[in-house]
Design a binder for this molecule. Structure first.
Ligand code: HEC
Ligand code: HEC
Ligand code: HEC
Ligand code: HEC
Ligand code: HEC
Length: 375
């Protein structure tokens, strides 16, 4: 670790980041508290923006640093500096800054200590300031009113642009065992939703009629839940199901030749599932007889990707559902069956991967549908 004084280090880090592609850069610097405010912590914003704060607090964004899976993964990474730019995206939230790469190797960064590192702000992950504060000014969609802090209207907040900074990043790193495969933005752009005027914000930040700050006028504002798949990071902590429905639409009917299943990506504006390549959605059918005993073998369908990571990442399969894509199946009836139970669930990672990371007790999945079908 070397240092040339705080201002010089910051300049070198910024020059380094400017030489890198957009998805390898932090969102902002974030050292300057806006005039009129005492702090940049989410709780301090929450003193006035109460409901937004309560929503954000249980979001995955708020847990982007503390997440146990993230912590075990970065502890093993030599490319940690890359991870920080999306999970703690202000320079003020980062303990060390890269100022160069030895032999142009992303796993051999030259690091300097950040002398104005704010550990509490880092703990908040993707916090209010990460998205909203730039050079001591609050950026937003343009509400009007009389905020006690400087405000700048920013077109990134009136579209999907802010979201894409982190949710659209694809890159390969030849010779390395990692890759960057966040393609949610492209999946959305290729689907039917842009033409219908629906973007990330329309679905993940639903509208509400309420004051944007306590004591202010009722306005059309946006909820800050970003529920997504709804698999908690901490058991019991997650936005309510109404924040966004599950992506999957599922119907099942008992007919003479078997149970007819229709699975459709009814609600996700991108592939189901999107984002992290280890995620999958599954549908399982089990049968019982009149005495309640299991008969036949369970039937299962899995929607997800297949990758191997060594010696280099390689994709072997992809059975995910494109936006609005539907698939139909007929599941044969085992003899003696009188009821079928159809259960769908959304998974973050397999038990095997959780075991490898020593993530005992970490929530791995959430049930989204349970249907009982009879003749
Ligand atoms: C992941 C980025 C992100 C984070 C984190 C975030 N916001 Fe926002 N915020 C947005 C976007 C995008 C909008 C604009 C939504 C629209 O109107 O289209 C917005 C809008 C707002 C508005 C204007 C009113 C409204 O709801 O449209 C306020 C006030 C606000 N945010 C405060 C906060 C506070 C306080 C926090 C932390 C508790 C926070 N935001 C965290 C992205 C973020
Ligand atoms: C002392 C109260 C107070 C605090 C603290 C506060 N705000 Fe505000 N903020 C307001 C008021 C009032 C408005 C205007 C609301 C209105 O008129 O509907 C506002 C507006 C906003 C807007 C909308 C800007 C626009 O026009 O697009 C955003 C975004 C925002 N605040 C974010 C934050 C963030 C982030 C923090 C913490 C770093 C914060 N605020 C702290 C009171 C506060
Ligand atoms: C600074 C980078 C960044 C920005 C900007 C950002 N996100 Fe995220 N988002 C993340 C990360 C990182 C996670 C996952 C955190 C984790 O799991 O540890 C995430 C998680 C999510 C999830 C939850 C996924 C789940 O199933 O739990 C949704 C939904 C989401 N983001 C939507 C959005 C939308 C919509 C916007 C734009 C308003 C946005 N994000 C802006 C980085 C970002
Ligand atoms: C038409 C509505 C819609 C649009 C548009 C949309 N999403 Fe989603 N998104 C969903 C739903 C519904 C889910 C829940 C999927 C599930 O059940 O796993 C989801 C899930 C997610 C997840 C979690 C991964 C997963 O598949 O579960 C992330 C991350 C995400 N969305 C980000 C985004 C971003 C970024 C955009 C804009 C490029 C966007 N979404 C556009 C509806 C939408
Ligand atoms: C370009 C931005 C970006 C970078 C760089 C990045 N991430 Fe993420 N990360 C995301 C987004 C977006 C999500 C949410 C995707 C989803 O929910 O499927 C996420 C989610 C995660 C998750 C949670 C996965 C889940 O299923 O809930 C972990 C763990 C994680 N990232 C670890 C890392 C590590 C380790 C690194 C560095 C090697 C890293 N990330 C670098 C954007 C990024």
């Amino acid at each position: 670790m070397e240092s040339q004084g705080a201002a010089a280090d910051l300049q070198r880090a910024q020059a380094f980041f400017d030489s890198r592609p957009l998805y390898e850069r932090p969102l902002g610097v974030g050292h300057t508290v806006p005039v009129g405010l005492g702090s940049m912590s989410a709780a301090s914003c929450g003193a006035c923006h109460t409901e937004i704060y309560e929503e954000w607090k249980v979001s995955t964004h708020a847990l982007a640093w503390e997440d146990r899976q993230y912590q075990v993964e970065i502890a093993k990474s030599d490319n940690r500096w890359l991870c920080l730019n999306c999970h703690t995206p202000l320079l003020a939230q980062q303990d060390v800054w890269p100022v160069g790469l030895i032999d142009d190797d992303v796993e051999r960064p030259q690091l300097v200590d950040n002398s104005s590192f704010d550990a509490d702000l880092r703990g908040e992950g993707i916090t209010c300031a990460s998205c909203h504060v730039r050079e001591g000014v609050i950026h937003g969609p343009g509400l009007g009113g009389e905020p006690p802090h400087p405000v700048q209207v920013d077109t990134d907040f009136q579209s999907e642009a802010l979201c894409l900074r982190c949710h659209q990043a694809t890159a390969t790193y030849p010779g390395k065992t990692f890759t960057c495969v966040f393609n949610t933005g492209q999946e959305w752009a290729n689907g039917p939703y842009p033409a219908e005027g629906k973007n990330c914000v329309s679905c993940h930040m639903p509208e509400a009629q309420r004051p944007a700050a306590i004591g202010g006028p009722v306005r059309t504002v946006r909820q800050h839940w970003w529920r997504g798949a709804g698999i908690p990071k901490v058991a019991g902590v997650h936005p309510p199901p109404q924040a966004n429905p599950p992506g999957l639409g599922l119907t099942a009917a008992w007919q003479a030749d078997g149970v007819h299943i229709d699975a459709v990506n009814a609600n996700a504006g991108h592939y189901l599932p999107s984002g992290d390549p280890e995620r999958w959605v599954q549908v399982v059918v089990t049968f019982h007889n009149g005495a309640g005993q299991a008969v036949g073998e369970p039937w299962m369908q899995r929607y997800g990707q297949e990758w191997t990571w060594w010696p280099e990442p390689e994709k072997h399969g992809d059975t995910r559902l494109a936006p609005r894509e539907s698939r139909s199946y007929v599941v044969p009836l085992p003899s003696g069956a009188s009821t079928a139970t159809v259960v769908a669930s959304s998974h973050r990672m397999s038990e095997e991967t959780a075991g490898y990371h020593e993530l005992e007790g970490y929530p791995l999945s959430v049930e989204t549908h349970r249907l009982t079908v009879r003749p």
